[in-house]
Ligand binder design. Sequence first.
Ligand SMILES: Cc1ncc(COP(=O)(O)O)c(C=O)c1O
Length: 437
Amino acid sequence: MIERRFTRIQTALPGPKSAAVLEKKARYVAAPLAVYAPFVIKESKGALIEDLDGNRFIDFSGGWGCLNVGQRDDRVVAALHDQLDRFLHTDFTAVPYEPLVELAELLAARTPIPGEVKAAFFNSGAEAVENAVKIARAYTRRKAVLVFDNAFHGRTLLAMTMTHKADPYKMGFGPFAPEVYRLPYPYTYRNDVTAKEIEQRLLSLVDPSDVAAMVVEPVMGEGGFLVPPDWFLPAMRELADKHGFVLVFDEVQSGIGRTGKFFAFEHFGITPDLICVAKSLGAGLPLSGVIGKAEIMDAPVKSGIGGTYVGNPLACRAAIEVLKAIDAGGLLDRAVHVGDRIKEHFLRLQDRYDVIGDVRGLGAMVGMELVEDRNTKRPAKELTGKITQHALRNGAIFPTAGLHGNVIRVLVPLVITDAQIDEGMEILGEAFAAVLD
Ligand SMILES: Cc1ncc(COP(=O)(O)O)c(C=O)c1O
């Protein structure tokens, strides 16, 4: 057993101060905003969280993938302080400001799409996805949208329709948006699919000349950390070119360095027409964007896209520093190292526990899928919950994923140290032992 240097559980969870807040939360905050952690945060830095009662945790969730540069990166904090002393809001379309323009320029320079590239900013991932579809529809003057099995694109009406998992994301929320068609995504551990089968499904569902856009996650996030085989994204690029629709990569979870490249699609040798980004772009501030070919981005009518708060100056200042922090900290290489180290731990656990059916990932987007037995591969949702809850109560926060909630995934800040990884992995190992041995 390694010495606990970063985690410390010194009260029952929740401790008394957290419990008081959680009681009020139950009384005043709408119940659907259900919380995962049995404690309330006091402060955080890097990959570490301290709660109101002095308990300390290693956060492998990274605020659900929003903190690739870590909590309160020094550059981000300094830029935010500086911006606080200048101005907070104008609405960019009323009175424009430099940080948004600078961010668009920096992102265009990082985007390997050939030709001129432009960006537009929004607040959330769902908004980026909705706007990518609006832009593609305006450009193609077509209506249909292709999405995939296991996809997660957000919770607004169109994004929710595009999302696969009904429980909880669609329960009681219909009617859904029209003209959304779902195709199989390669899930190599369970049911593989070929490019031909995907095209056949497309042709059986919709006239391809009615399709405005295909929206696809280059690595499936909420859907279970599915890394597609090398042929998949190039084959989708071919389909888009053949049928004349816009290829949109939803990089909300997989982007901003998570997989060891700035965009996950850079592993696969093709480029999309539009890219959706959010989460780690703003280092915790609400910011999302659509980046893509200028002629497509320019297609909607003037003021057809936008919103009061989109590209908020504070969030843009944070994002500019995120891009600098990725370079200064060598975080793309770090993502590969973090992912390799976690994968090694996961594989060691897999040798020991038959319930770990699959270990997979790209860079620091790593997950393990838990099954009742390796032959039937029946998803072990309850067990996954027991193990992650045990780890959580002992100092390590691991989110789950997958259509059946049976994947333990890692979205840890890339600035996590090796010693912190090892301590968190020991806590996870103890959770497996406590539940299974
Ligand atoms: C791939 C993907 N797209 C879109 C979204 C929606 O983002 P938001 O919750 O910011 O609306 C998410 C959120 O998890 C996501 O993972």
